[in-house]
Design a protein around this ligand. Sequence first.
Ligand SMILES: Nc1nc2c(ncn2[C@@H]2O[C@H](COP(=O)(O)OP(=O)(O)OP(=O)(O)O)[C@@H](O)[C@H]2O)c(=O)[nH]1
Length: 312
Amino acid sequence: MYQHYARPGPEVDCELPGHAVAILSVQGSSPGVHIVDVNTDYQRLWGGSREDWLGSEPIIVQQEAVNRQIFAQLHDALNPLINDAGSFFEGIGGLEVNRRFDGSRRYVEWRITAMGVRHNDAITLVLTQRDVTEQMEKEAQLERLATTDMLTGLVNRAHFDAVLKSEFNRQHRYSRPLSLIMLDLDYFKDINDNYGHDVGDEVLIELANLLKRNLRKADCCARWGGEEFMLLAPETSLEQAVRLADKIRGAIKHTAFPIQGSVTASFGVVEVHPQESIKSAMKRADDALYLAKDKGRDQVSTGGLFSSAKQA
Ligand SMILES: Nc1nc2c(ncn2[C@@H]2O[C@H](COP(=O)(O)OP(=O)(O)OP(=O)(O)O)[C@@H](O)[C@H]2O)c(=O)[nH]1
């Protein structure tokens, strides 16, 4: 589809354009929209020279079919106004992912507007387009920073809280299996004390990578704090979650961690009851983890049974 619009670029400097503007003419009686003039930023965004563009259709979005829908929408909006001199056409607009003439993917904000509607069947409109890619990327970067644990690259606690809420709501509505696994490295304080905090950090990073490798896409794994990690596994029963926890336990035990060598972890596993609150499920997982530590570490324990009386 893009090839249709691809044109040889002019001598382009690398800086991206500000406001690309095209003056459009629309005939009330025919379906076409064509360009009457373009500014230099339009040429820098879409390639080609001013002369190339005069008389052709503007690029509003990348897909030709969607372009045509927009033109049809324009005609529908303009037709009732065509003989009504001085009418105000407020315009239409949107935000689209588009390709620049050099093939790069850009977010382009666009708007078509006109201050007055002319009498004699032809209406002149202004198409304004702005490349907002950098702004969108900055926002995505901020979003990533706000939801990610800086050391391990896993989801952070705040984001995990939000995922917990939405998965609990889904589970309460559809009664699907949902399990929670809490894991904590054993004797991690000794690693810090014996080898230093940097080695401790390396172990946490390596563990996070191991967790990422062992989980499904639908699972959410967070660094809960310190050397404690949480795993939320949708569509997973208690039995399946215990198997998953034991697989991770074995993988941790058999991994050669940097400098320190071997490390073990303990696990608390619960399946969330359909009427259970987040607080109650977390408490049961925490109790189960405590039990695993108490029984000698490097093992998986399951939580006690859910009791509606207890969660109040
Ligand atoms: N290197 C490093 N250490 C951390 C970080 N966060 C917490 N810790 C350390 O983790 C250790 C946790 O110690 P404890 O709570 O006694 O637990 P543990 O030594 O693993 O003992 P058990 O859990 O009972 O097996 C403390 O020494 C914390 O300072 C971190 O981001 N990096």
